[in-house]
Design a protein. Structure first.
Length: 106
């Protein structure tokens, strides 16, 4: 994957299904996220996505691991139970050397 970093909620790397709600500030209707996520939303994390962690693999790759549910309120159906996803992201610029969480240094 290749991506551009934005510092806002409307350009996610991964996201649940979009949510349309009313902006509490001005009453306008907004959809969050406004743009599709880099990693297409899958059914198994379409309702809940959390605990993302990125670990540097090498100078241009990060491993992102996260958890998700396919239902807003999980029940006894094991298909709704938490699942773990992992994707490898390719950065457009070389990452700094010696980053403490580089899995190749442990």
């Amino acid at each position: 994957m290749h991506w551009v970093v934005y510092s806002d909620i409307n350009h996610p790397i991964a996201s649940i299904n979009p949510i349309t709600t009313t902006n509490q500030l001005n009453g306008a209707t907004v959809t969050i996220p406004a743009n599709p996520p880099l990693i297409p939303t899958e059914a198994w994390f379409a309702e809940r996505l959390y605990a993302p962690t990125a670990t540097q693999i090498d100078a241009t790759h990060l491993s992102m691991t996260f958890a998700g549910y396919g239902a807003q309120n999980p029940n006894d159906d094991l298909l709704d139970y938490r699942q773990i996803g992992n994707v490898v992201l390719t950065v457009s610029r070389v990452l700094p050397a010696g980053v403490p969480n580089n899995i190749n240094t442990h």
